[in-house]
Design a protein around this ligand. Sequence first.
Ligand code: UD1
Ligand code: CA
Length: 453
Amino acid sequence: MLLDIVILAAGKGTRMKSSLPKVLHTIGGQPMLGHVLDAAIELDSDNINIVIGHGSEAVKQAFVDEPVRFVEQTEQLGTGHAVQQALPYLRDDAVALILYGDVPLTPTATLREMLDQVGAEAMSLLTVELDDPSGYGRIIRNAQGNARAIVEQKDASKDQLAITEVNTGIMAISSKLLKDWLPKLSNDNAQGEYYLTDVVEMASCEYIDINIVQADSEMDVQGVNNRVQQAELERYYQMVQAAILLEEGVNLLDPERFDCRGELIAGSDVTIDVNCVFEGDVKLGNNIYIGPNCVIANSVIGDNTVIKANSVLEEVSVAGNSDIGPFARLRPGTELADGAKIGNFVETKKAKVGKGSKINHLSYVGDAELGEGVNVGAGTITCNYDGVNKSKTTIEDGAFIGSNTSLVAPVSVGKSATVGAGSTVNKDVEANQLAVCRAKQRNIDNWPKPEKK
Ligand code: UD1
Ligand code: CA
């Protein structure tokens, strides 16, 4: 069966109190519409239509590379009117699945269950039981328990308001039926809108099968209308991520203080202390400890590495057996070979650090290549920028850079060379040389100490 998908995303989202269109607000670091699109793509539809209106340029821009069609709804006249805009693109022999850009976490298994039940002439509704159904459309069933209609809160009678089974909005229906019925919708209701939900009564009148699938959890179908709902859904999403990792054997010291905004893959015996944030694609090997308050983005960390508290790593690769932090900042292009060590208050950028080399304290190493067994003393700075151009610093195997050294790039320090503490090095140092460049010390005898006036 061909699958047409229509994602409604034209609403303004006034209650978010934000200039960003609602569907671009994120859950787990990804726009809500992105989550919905992932589900649509997973369902293998080759006809995905997104109905946009408010903030349409920004929405288009955010998904410009995706295999979707954008359909403009210039005036928001209701959910039925929104789907109507996509009708010209639906195929008579397909089933249409209606999704919402602000309902981001519906499992594809649930959507599949709905689709499995829709034949050529039928529809499926996704409903949920709520303790407090207020605001939602109520599912009206007949004596046999079959769905007969959906009545919106504002149009409902007192008895209907007591119904706790509500419409999630998500439905699957043969595209042909939609094409027959949507042009017949009327806006003669309390809100003066064209309700998509009115097709349920039309189906019932024509004895079309209406299958009901109930959501497993409220969160699966929770929409986001305000920051409170966004925050609730974010916590739920993170708890699910954490539960998966715990199941896989990751030692999360507190699953409630863990955030993954992307994809985290971890090997065995990985411990993650509290308040860490993972962004983009992060891959952790085996036997790794990550201390509290670390941020790791788009990085690969090899086996037996320790990353101590408050370290920030972004686009970094660590071969393994490294010791990093506390308070280390590894910026894009940092590559640590086996056993390299980066200590506290060290910043690196586009820096290759060779096997077993150490930058232990208070340094900036950028646009640099360090060989094996190099020791960079405290307070060493690679002066890589002259205000216009960036230049490279090379430090070869076994070199020793004394504390408080400025390496004025482009410059190189040869194999096993030594740079004396406090030097400003702007000439290459050859292998095995000592470079020392600082004012000569004078010791003055019997220096009169100042006296208090
Ligand atoms: C809708 C359902 C209601 C259901 C509820 C679930 C209808 C008539 N009612 O009500 O039964 O319980 O969702 O949350 O369908 N949208 C457009 N264009 C429009 C109108 C809406 O794209 O002209 C989009 C919105 O951006 C939103 C979604 O459709 O993503 C739902 O619209 P909303 O106005 O929130 O519908 P509800 O009144 O909540
Ligand atoms: Ca809504």
